[in-house]
Design a protein around this ligand. Structure first.
Ligand SMILES: *Cc1c(COP(=O)(O)O)cnc(C)c1O
Length: 403
């Protein structure tokens, strides 16, 4: 088998996408309208949420959710350092301060223990943003003896905004879908080009809180009390509306929603295809001592498997950057999730952090790399990725003195 070029990600848009886009173009109504409403209804059904509000990015969703949960000047918000900058930046938009927290070294997730430590040390924290990293939900629900993130926050009056950019479709430990927002203010999803489902750019925020939903709906469109679609379709004065706050321009277009509806139809199919690839990776790469594979999914559909993050075993002496280079040299796309926020110029200046830093996050970052994982990956592509990883590891080991 000769190697072939494999991208890190390739979107599958071979469903009803073109058909639904055509319908929107032919209808003449391009911005937020019937299709957005339909997408929201379908997404609310898929997640079991009381409300699903479509926006033009997950960043917008996070911003609206933090705003609705009361984050503002003087607020201190807890964010794991192992995430994309969007999670933290919305806190600063609102005048709040970010406090970075470490993650668990085997999962990359914020845990109830790490959360409790941070809250005990810093009673000023008023909001927590758990990131369901790679598609694995954080331990939101627990038991009476061993409370999860929701209970810990509720008992201290702290709000929770979930970053579920990686986690659709996924389920919490009790089987409820991520996004059913049980006990959290809101849950934010991304439909960016390389996420589990895409609208090119787009996002969704779900909540069960009627007041939070109303606030986010209004702030999504300039703080106006009626949407353009509402004014277009309702009887009465179409020109009449009020502005209740200086809102944002975060609405999704009907064109994007058309793509989203077509993607949503295949979300479970996509997830199952990724889960099968993960199992195949385990079988194929599980025997390589120098690399660690992600922790197994305890239940069949808890994990969205957005990312397949492998980590170099530090004892192997392999240099992660060199391994990436040797894999890329064979035409295989990879990525790194994430260079921690505390290592970024801006966050190193403005975010609060323990004097001891985030050692697990550093360890994760220094050894991690993400392999291609997308539903349309062919058997030949899968084979090329595995062969490239095997030969790159062997190559690195040959040039590395054992420690
Ligand atoms: C992609 C991503 C975001 C931002 O999503 P956009 O839709 O691009 O705004 C936020 N958080 C995490 C963890 C992400 O991976």
């Amino acid at each position: 088998m000769t190697g072939m070029n494999v991208p890190f990600f390739r979107a599958d848009l071979a469903g009803h996408e073109l058909e639904y886009i055509r319908e929107v173009l032919e209808s003449g109504w391009l911005t937020s309208g019937k299709r957005v409403q339909e997408f929201e209804k379908l997404f609310a059904d898929a997640t079991g949420a009381g409300h699903a509000i479509a926006v033009n990015s997950c960043t917008a969703a996070l911003h609206l959710a933090c705003e609705a949960s009361g984050v503002g000047p003087g607020s201190e918000v807890l964010v794991p350092s192992l995430t994309f900058t969007a999670t933290a930046e919305v806190v600063e938009y609102l005048g709040g301060t970010v406090r970075l927290v470490d993650v668990d070294l085997t999962t990359g997730l914020l845990t109830p223990d790490l959360l409790t430590q941070a809250l005990d040390a810093h009673p000023s924290i008023s909001c927590v943003m758990p990131v369901h990293f790679a598609g694995a939900p954080c331990r939101m629900l627990g038991t009476t003896q061993d409370p999860g993130i929701v209970k810990i926050c509720q008992s201290r009056g702290i709000s929770i905004v979930e970053d579920a950019a990686h986690a659709f479709p996924a389920r919490y430990a009790d089987g409820k879908p991520v996004g059913s927002s049980i006990g959290t203010t809101a849950c934010c999803f991304s439909f960016y080009a390389n996420k589990t489902i895409t609208t090119g750019e787009g996002g969704m925020v779900t909540t069960n809180d009627d007041a939070v939903a109303e606030r986010m709906r209004r702030m999504r469109l300039h703080g106006i009390d009626r949407s353009a679609w509402d004014r277009h379709t309702r009887i009465g004065a179409a020109w009449e509306y009020d502005v209740i706050a200086a809102g944002y321009k975060y609405n999704l277009t009907d064109i994007a929603a058309a793509i989203g509806i077509a993607q949503l139809e295949r979300a479970e199919e996509f997830r199952n295809a990724r889960a099968r690839l993960v199992e195949a990776y385990r079988e194929r790469l599980g025997g390589i001592d120098a690399i660690r594979l992600p922790a197994a999914d305890q239940a069949s559909n808890h994990h969205a498997w957005h990312l397949f993050v492998i980590r170099v075993d530090p004892a192997s002496g392999i240099d992660r950057n060199q391994l990436i280079e040797k894999i890329n040299d064979q035409g295989i796309g990879t990525s790194v999730h994430y260079k921690p926020l505390h290592r970024m110029t801006h966050w190193s200046k403005t975010a609060l952090i323990e004097p001891s830093g985030c050692p697990n996050t550093d360890d994760w970052f220094e050894h991690c790399l993400s392999l291609p994982l997308f539903p349309s990956m062919t058997a030949d592509e899968f084979e090329s990725v595995c062969t490239a990883v095997e030969s790159a590891v062997a190559n690195c080991l040959a040039g590395t003195p054992r420690v």
